[in-house]
Write a protein that binds this ligand. Structure first.
Ligand code: NAD
Ligand code: MG
Length: 405
């Protein structure tokens, strides 16, 4: 294997930290070109001291000061670039050949797209980029000879169960002889709660995922199962698969990360301990395999693997995602934007858990459904609509609880 130069967008997050953990195990194979972060400048400085990137990108001048203060006297500091334009520039910078897209939310789209347009190997954790801009993003991969490695564990599992034809690109039609894709879902922390019990769950309970340790936004998405809905949309784009051939199966142990069913009745699955370092290592090393620091799967100790159908009445967000995918791209953008705003409000104790779905549904069926003149062909057009939906969702929050906007 040749030495790869890696840029990590969202280095201080859960995926960013796991990525650097894998890289640290293989100093002969990977070096770090750039790191970016939005908060936690002390953490970014700590990472920069270990990995010695040429560049770090931070959101503003105040963050730059905090970074440099945290850097202190630790030798020559990396160049500190500031702002959104600098982030997209570093994603496309010739100093790296591989970009980990691990920013959370639609905010990650410009960087991921810039990496695709620059023909990089893109390790895509940021599923929201595909939900918002699936067509544009997949075209950018294809048109620029970029490589796309899905990092979301389900999609990484499916990728591993499909033939690769030697490279990781952007297919334009479903893989021959595949009948369907089966996305497994843990069911999250509230899998067994009744609707009544779901009424007063707290952010701390929603963020306590039984199997995975993740950032707060995706943890809430896992609790509502909107995460699985985003993943169905993600699978649709990644594997050019019609929605009706993508199934969701609840599997509480999270040992089977997803499956591919073929026309002859064969079902291939990828299994492993629930640790994101496995898909990250796979993406970094593809088509080779490297140690990810993940231990062996002890099936005898686990004893059994369970499966059940998802329960849409208790998890209305999953239903909303299926409906958005059927309705088309503006609905998918609206689903994602409304969810980001609603989840943030829930995490700040300004919205009840069950109202996350209510808010998304009223935005989707109200102003988003009525929207016209949405330009889906450019990044600016997509982001302008995304911003509109965020405003409408804020209005909806005020309508629901006028005292605590
Ligand atoms: P996180 O919240 O832990 O980290 C997010 C990172 O993005 C941080 O470095 C943060 O500083 C940066 N960031 C946040 N807002 C930003 C903005 N507006 N502009 C620039 N940078 C910003 O999130 P995470 O759990 O690591 O998830 C990252 C992405 O990976 C998400 O899209 C998530 O859905 C996906 N993903 C995560 C996991 C997981 O196990 N954590 C699994 C599958 C997919
Ligand atoms: Mg996932």
């Amino acid at each position: 294997m040749t030495l790869r130069s890696v840029t990590v967008l969202g280095a201080t997050g859960s995926i960013g930290v796991s990525t650097l953990d894998v890289i640290a195990r293989h100093p002969d194979l990977y070096r770090v070109h750039a790191l970016t972060a939005y908060q936690r400048m002390d953490k970014l400085a700590e990472q920069a001291k270990v990995f010695r990137p040429a560049v770090v990108v931070v959101p503003d001048a105040a963050a730059r000061e905090r970074f440099l203060t945290a850097w202190g006297e630790a030798g020559k500091a990396p160049d500190v670039h500031v702002g959104d334009a600098a982030l997209a520039e570093i994603a496309a910078d010739p100093g790296s050949d591989t970009v980990m897209a691990a920013i959370v939310g639609a905010a990650g789209l410009p960087g991921a797209l810039a990496a695709a347009r620059a023909g990089k190997r893109v390790l895509l954790a940021n599923k929201e980029a595909l939900v918002v801009a699936g067509g544009l993003f997949m075209d950018a991969i294809r048109d620029n000879g970029a490589e796309l490695l899905p990092i979301d564990s389900e999609h990484n599992a499916i990728f591993q169960c499909l033939p690769h034809h030697g490279r990781a690109g952007a297919p334009t039609s479903p893989e021959k002889s595949v009948r369907k894709l089966i996305l497994t879902a843990s069911g999250g922390p509230f899998r067994n709660r009744t609707l009544q019990e779901l009424r007063d769950v707290t952010p701390a309970q929603a963020c306590a995922h039984p199997n995975w340790s993740m950032g707060r936004k995706i943890s809430v998405d896992s609790a509502t199962m909107l995460n699985k809905g985003l993943e169905v949309i993600e699978a649709h784009w990644l594997f050019a698969m019609p929605p009706e051939r993508i199934k969701v199966l609840v599997h509480p142990q999270s040992m089977i990360h997803s499956m591919v069913e073929y026309d002859d009745g064969s079902v291939l699955a990828q299994l492993g301990n629930p640790d994101m370092r496995t898909p990250i290592a796979y993406g970094l090393a593809f088509p080779d395999r490297i140690d990810a620091g993940v231990g062996s799967l002890d099936l005898a100790r686990i004893g059994r693997l369970d499966f059940e159908e998802p329960d849409l009445p208790r998890f209305p967000c999953l239903r909303l995602a299926f409906e958005a995918l059927a309705a088309g791209q503006t609905a998918c953008i609206a689903l994602n934007a409304a969810n980001e705003v609603a989840v943030e409000a829930f995490l700040c104790d300004k919205l009840a858990y069950m109202d996350i779905a209510n808010v998304i549904e009223s935005v989707l069926n109200g102003r988003a459904a009525a929207a016209s003149h949405v330009d889906l062909n450019t990044l600016d057009g997509l982001l302008a609509f995304d911003a509109d939906v965020r405003r409408w969702t804020q209005d909806e929050l005020v309508r629901l609880s006028p005292v605590h906007p």
